[in-house]
Write a new protein. Structure first.
Length: 126
């Protein structure tokens, strides 16, 4: 995730507030000069899927609220794919999917990497 530099400190505060409210520890690191954060929450095994869904959505919403992006460094990937339409908007999102279908109609290369009906926990394991 990343935010514009003029919002970066507020963005970090917002992310830290989420983990404080959720009573979770998290390792947060990244590239301050680029406004880019990597976040590794320390989540217990009990109810982990529910926690990942809730905390993930809150973190993604926080990034977007500061004009940021979910895909700062490594691209969309399967974990962020369910949120791509929220980031890009309902008007623009279908064009992303149309381009994917033009260049890769069989959906053989990295299926569900950008366009998926699965939630964030589908490709994760504990």
């Amino acid at each position: 995730m990343a935010s514009p530099l003029n919002h970066f400190y507020s963005f970090i505060d917002g992310i830290q507030k989420i983990f404080s409210e959720e009573r979770l520890d998290a390792v947060i690191f990244g590239y301050i000069g680029e406004g880019n954060l990597h976040i590794r929450p320390l989540i217990g095994k009990k109810y982990w899927e529910e926690v990942v869904r809730r905390v993930g959505k809150r973190c993604f919403d926080t990034a977007l609220s500061y004009g940021g992006t979910l895909t700062a460094e490594h691209g969309t990937g399967r974990n962020r794919a369910p949120y791509l339409s929220h980031e890009r908007g309902k008007k623009l999102y279908p064009y992303f999917n149309a381009v994917k279908k033009i260049f890769e109609p069989g959906d053989l290369l990295n299926p569900d990497a950008m366009f998926t009906s699965y939630d964030i926990t589908h490709n994760l394991c504990f």
